[in-house]
Each structure stands twice: as C-alpha cells, then as structure tokens.
Design a protein around this ligand. Structure first.
Ligand code: OGA
Ligand code: MN
Length: 293
C-alpha cells in the first residue's frame, strides 16, 4: 500500500511510497484507481521519470489519447506522440515568441476546463509532470465537480440534470478572442455533445460536467445557456471546492477529468521556461452513451 495524505478536506491526496520509474503491479494499479475514485486528484511527488515512463504509468488505467489538441501540430517539440506538450517552448526548446499563435492558443488552459471535453469520447485521467517551473506563478488549480454537484440547490439540480451541451476548442478560445484558425483546424474541432450531469463510473457519485469548451446547451437560447454556464462555473469553483497546486520539479499530478475541472494560473511566460508534459487517457464512450445521472 502507498500512503495517502488528503490535500484538502474535500478531495485530493498526496501519495508517498510510489516509484513511477518502475512498472506498477496489477494490485498497485487497482489501488491507485480506487484512490482516484475517492480523491479525484493524486499528487506523486519527486518522480524523476522519462516521457516513456510517464506513458507506461498512464497505460495502467486505460488507452492513451492519440491526437494532440493544439494549433500548428507540425511544429511539435516532443517526439513521443503519447505526450502533450504543456510548455511555453517552441520546437527548439526556446521560449515561444510573444506573438506565436501557439502561445495565444495555450492561454486557453487558464480557463476552467475538463481535458478533451471537446472530443466525442472525452478524457478519463490526465497526468501532468513538471520538468521545469517558473520561480513564481504557474500553479494549477483543481475544482471538485462531485462536491459542487452535492452542494447545488435542489431546484438547480432538477433544472440542469438532463441538459446536453455542445463543446468545442473553438468555443473556449473564442472567450479569449482567439479566432485565427486554419480550415482543417475548424473541421477537426466541430462541436460535440456531452451530458451536463454525469454519473461517475468508479464512485457512483453524480458530477457536473463543466468546461470552458461549452458553447451551447441544446434547447436553450444561446445567451440564456451561456449565462447559466457562467453561474454554474462560478458556483463550482468557489474556494471550498478548489485545491491549488504549487509545483515542484518532479511532481506528477493525476486528475480525473470526469469529476474535476482545472486551470493553469498566470506566470511570466515571456521570461521563464515552464516545461510540463501531460499524458491523457480516453474515457470509455461519449457521455451520452454512458449512464445518465
Ligand atoms: C493541462 C492543463 C494547466 C497548467 O495540462 O491539461 O490544463 O497549469 N494545464 O499547465
Ligand atoms: Mn487541461
């Protein structure tokens, strides 16, 4: 057994005793999955791992998502296609030019979201590993969407329970005024429908599936829909539901995208390198093909 210390009274735990350079036994993998069902966010500190070891760790819990969701994918810094580059670095490892569209696009990670909610089959877990970090800022915040659901007034729960939302990367970037797309990017990111309220598979708990990628609720006028989403976002990201992670090099943080949102916080990205690498796993099916809440 690894040792688990809660990070907040509500969710999240720090895990001691794991060495992610080595394969997990099936028992250890099951133990971690059980801990994820309970805590939703796990911190594995001081992991000196390679991209390959990070990917191998991910494979314990499901299939790794193939495609990388960013603009200018032909200019990738990292060769391993299982790894998402969450850095501010260009293909030569230098800080992105201030006017690089990849830099603007990546600012979308600072909006509260759930990874890959814009994909027909969205993400299960993500695991982010810190290779280099800025001297200040650049925290990642997590919000517990099961606790938020539990705390919502019953009237609101009844109102939203059966809503279906359209999600697209284009909607989240539109919030920042980013509209600089190539034709193939627009096609790739056509909106997909997702339930707004889900039943979390491993715990049986209900979770509200919010994300900056939402741009529409089926059956509602758009302004009314988007105002409701804003209100729900504000409710669900109150400090009582949030854990803020200040990174140390070697931290690996794993979160369940089915039951949490997250966002990156600002840092001086024109001066300091922040090299973070993410492995993300696919969920089992589109949310509309999964159990209703
Ligand atoms: C991510 C993400 C935020 C951050 O890796 O999916 O949204 O703090 N990251 O880099
Ligand atoms: Mn993300």
């Amino acid at each position: 057994m690894f040792a688990y210390t809660p990070l907040t009274p509500v969710f999240g735990a720090r895990v001691e005793g794991a060495d992610l350079r080595r394969p997990l036994t099936p028992e250890q993998a099951r133990e971690v999955e059980d801990a994820m069902d309970r805590y939703a966010v796990l911190l594995f500190p001081a992991q000196d791992i390679t991209d390959e070891q990070q990917a191998a760790f991910g494979e314990n819990f499901g299939p790794i998502e193939g495609t990388r969701a960013t603009v200018d994918v032909h200019k990738q810094r990292l060769a391993n296609s299982s790894i998402n580059d969450i850095s501010n670095l260009d293909e030569k490892g230098e800080i992105l030019a201030a006017d690089d569209r990849r830099r603007f696009f990546s600012l979308g990670n600072r909006l509260w979201h759930s990874d890959s909610s814009f994909k027909a089959t969205p993400a299960k877990y993500s695991m982010l590993h810190a290779r280099s970090i800025p001297p200040e800022g650049g925290e990642t915040e997590f919000a517990d969407m099961r606790a938020a659901w539990d705390a919502l007034p019953e009237k609101t729960r009844a109102e939203v329970r059966n809503y279906v939302c359209d999600h697209s990367l284009i909607y989240s970037r539109a919030q920042l005024g980013f509209d600089d797309y190539k034709e193939e990017e627009k096609k790739m990111w056509a909106p997909v429908p997702q339930r707004l309220v889900r039943r979390h598979l491993g715990s049986g708990r209900t979770s509200i599936y919010l994300s900056a990628h939402i741009g529409r609720i089926h059956g509602l006028p758009k302004p009314e829909a988007m105002m409701l989403i804003r209100d729900l976002m504000e409710f669900a990201t109150q400090p009582r539901f949030v854990y803020s992670h200040g990174w140390k090099v070697g931290d690996l943080v794993m979160w369940d995208n089915r039951s949490t949102m997250h966002r990156g916080r600002a840092y001086d990205d024109k001066t300091y390198k922040r090299d973070m690498r993410r492995v993300t796993l696919s969920d089992v099916a589109p949310t509309l093909e999964q159990a209703a809440a």
